[in-house]
Design a protein around this ligand. Structure first.
Ligand SMILES: [Zn+2]
Length: 465
């Protein structure tokens, strides 16, 4: 197995029982690969060990086979102790048979002497319980099986460091890649230019970690640091987080969908999907982001279908959908042809509520056109712009610092046209700093620089007004 993508796919095939050229080895009730938590526990032990294992009291089905010339009937079943004696075994509830989890995940279609076709335990299910012990031992001694064990160990070890770098960047909201981000990572810092956060984190770790340094400098090509590997890890993290949210929503058995559409920086129309539900672990109402979903169809019907299809694809049971929250746009809120109407046709309990944040935003926007409020906001905005220049700003900061009181704010905020919450902060901070602004303007109005002092005097006067 030569790439992270293939390894992950193969491992996921084992674990998720999906149909593919590789056999399924597990039941529908298995813990999927997405449940392991690389950030908190040792990924090396987590990943492959999370494949479903039958309980010690599991009732293995009896297999009836007729053997020999005398047509003897044998009733045999799989023995639980074999899972302990041969830890590479993975029992499949679906097929009532076993496979080798390492060979399934880490061998190609051919292996061994003269590139033989792979058979039992890998591509074909094994359920000959009469000769089980003998064949288990034989498989344990196969060269390609031993190589699979090594590959699995190397794979998990190699994956550990790049995965941690991806998670660190995600947590700190750092972009992973810069302009230069391909090829071997040189562990000698002075040799290269900035190659982006992901590669720089690995290089930084190599400075104090001999194992990491050896890993980066080793001759092997597979380092799992390419942009494809990074994307695979991001996708895996996304799947882990999404599955956790989905599981909590399904446990709550009641949720609302919150959606809005917007255009991203590349011009792609996207719908953001969030859910609101009662979290039984924290005993709190919780709102969580699910996913951005690109779309071309911005009609009410189109977005309604997109929401329902994606919820189902994530694994959320849409029978639990009891609420919808959108903005008041016709495509979303329309009584006959809006998203809410189309969803209500299928889920009559999904009550539509005009999103409170959008409603408040509309109310604030509307009130901003009242002349007195409009003028006041205009003055606040102009004064904030006036203090943008370092020389003037330093006067304001000096006034704040020498004050006996200790205001929590040190600067004035910009008032954004479209985000009401930023307007609120701008006004709130302005009033907290009002007396210092006044003093600073008074001082500046006496400067020799006519332009500045005149503007300052005007603002000082307008504030007094
Ligand atoms: Zn094997």
């Amino acid at each position: 197995m030569n790439s992270l993508s293939n390894s992950l796919n193969a491992t996921q095939t084992v674990i998720s029982s999906s149909s593919s050229s590789l056999p399924s080895t597990v039941s529908a009730s298995d813990t999927p690969i997405t449940q392991f938590t690389p950030s908190t526990t040792d990924i090396n032990q987590e990943m492959l060990s999370k494949i479903w294992v039958p309980d010690i009291n599991y009732n293995f089905p009896i297999k009836i086979s007729v053997v020999g010339k005398q047509q003897k009937v044998l009733k045999l079943k799989f023995q639980y102790k074999w899972l302990i004696s041969f830890p590479w075994l993975a029992y499949s509830e679906v097929n009532s048979s076993v496979f080798c989890k390492y060979c399934v995940a880490f061998t190609k279609t051919e292996a061994g002497v003269n590139n033989q076709k792979l058979g039992a335990f890998v591509l074909i299910k094994y359920d000959d319980w009469k000769h089980a012990l003998e064949n288990f031992k034989n498989h344990s001694n196969l060269e390609y099986h031993k190589k699979s064990l090594l590959d699995a160990d190397n794979f998990l070890n190699m994956l550990k460091n790049p995965t941690r770098a991806v998670i660190l960047c995600s947590r700190q909201n750092l972009a992973l890649r810069g302009h230069r981000g391909s090829g071997k990572i040189e562990s000698n810092e002075s040799k290269v230019m900035n190659e982006g956060n992901f590669r720089e984190i690995l290089r930084y770790r190599a400075q104090g970690d001999i194992e990491m340094k050896t890993y980066l400098e080793s001759l092997g090509k597979m380092k799992y640091t390419s942009h494809r590997s990074q994307n695979n890890m991001i996708d895996a993290c996304n799947k882990i987080l999404l599955d956790k949210v989905v599981s909590r929503v399904n446990t709550a058995k009641c949720f609302s969908i919150l959606a809005d559409e917007t255009v991203d920086i590349s011009g792609v129309e996207q719908v953001s999907l969030c859910v609101r539900y009662f979290n039984s672990n924290t005993l709190k109402l919780t709102e969580e982001f699910l996913q951005f979903v690109p779309t071309n169809n911005m009609t009410g019907k189109g977005i309604a279908n997109l929401i329902l299809e994606n919820l189902e694809q994530f694994g959320i049971n849409t029978q639990y959908l009891h609420g919808q929250g959108y903005d008041g746009a016709a495509a979303m809120a329309g009584k006959f042809n809006g998203v809410q109407a189309h969803i209500k046709e299928i889920h009559p309990n999904a009550l539509y509520v005009h999103c409170s944040a959008h409603s408040l935003n509309l109310a604030v926007s509307k009130s901003c056109s009242v002349p007195a409020i409009r003028d006041c906001l205009g003055t606040i905005s102009q004064i904030r712009d006036f203090f943008i220049y370092p020389k003037r700003k330093s006067v304001l900061i000096h006034k704040i610092e020498k004050s006996s009181e200790t205001p929590s704010k040190k600067t004035l905020k910009r008032s954004c046209e479209t985000r009401w919450i930023e307007r609120y902060h701008a006004v709130h901070d302005f009033f907290e700093l009002f007396e210092y602004v006044e003093e600073a303007l008074e001082d500046i109005s006496e400067w020799n620089d006519n332009d500045t002092s005149e503007k300052s005097y005007q603002k000082f006067s307008s504030k007094q007004a």
